[in-house]
Design a protein around this ligand. Sequence first.
Ligand SMILES: [Fe+2]
Length: 330
Amino acid sequence: MFKNQEEQIEGALESGVGTDGIDRRGFLKCMAWAGTGLVWTFAGGVPTSRAFGEAAHGKRQSDFTFVQISDSHIGFNKPANTDVTATLQKALAKIDEASQSPDFLIHTGDLTHSSKGSEFDTLDQLLKARRQVFYVPGEHDTSVDDGKMYLERYGKGTKGNGWYSFDHKGVHFVGLNNVVQLEGMGKLGPAQIEWLKDDLHGVKSSTPVVVFAHIPLWAVYPDWGWGTADSEQAFAMMKRFGSVTVLNGHIHQVMQKVEGNVTFHTAMSTAFPQPAPGAAPSPGPMKVAAERLESVLGITDVNFMAQKRELAVVDATLSGIEAEKREVSL
Ligand SMILES: [Fe+2]
């Protein structure tokens, strides 16, 4: 699937469309983007981009930024990446290199690979110097003990199985848990949806909203459980907002979709990549050539510009070379 990657990217740049064949089921449109990462801004539903690190002409610096890291899978040691601690450290170093330091980090789940206390300890040790980290769990953090240890460590002040919201400089953030009642796909459950309704009730329609959860809250690829069964109920409550940004992990690759007022975005892992939807018999850790690994791992930087009420999403790989990005049209 990924052989001749350079040729494919070249072809994509020439033709303006992806050529790597993941379109086999007819509903995915794959586009490969060159560059260290792209900043996306949305005006009237039309995305425009500029290279990561390039100054935005005529625009002032963001009012604040935050960084999403995901799927660090501490404890994983299979051939797809035998040192996930080192790649997480590299991701954190990448954050420190950025010209504008983030106000906080969001971790969208699969902190650990096997929910072991020692794995959580390692993660905490690596992240302890960070100003603030907001977490949501992945299924790898909760499957062993139904999330008991996760909640003891990261659940203070949260509701139910670890959902919560907070406000920061004019943006409303909502962290959701969609990994508890797994029945193939992710699920929020009626109690969480009821809480969300109450939570959003007091938020003005002009307030930008950021929703984050582990499993994609949109139907990326239901055949592999890459979606959330009852997410429509949640999004029905968000139609009145001018700007909703949805950040997920779980699929270990960048995918993006814009639907009306909602921008859906999934992040790379800091541990190992997974195949593109349908490109393998099943999802799971994908081994790539050692020299390619850091080009498929990375972080997501989100910049907020208050004047425009805009959030710009930037993906950056650990290697600093091109971030693969797939635009999905359903
Ligand atoms: Fe994961």
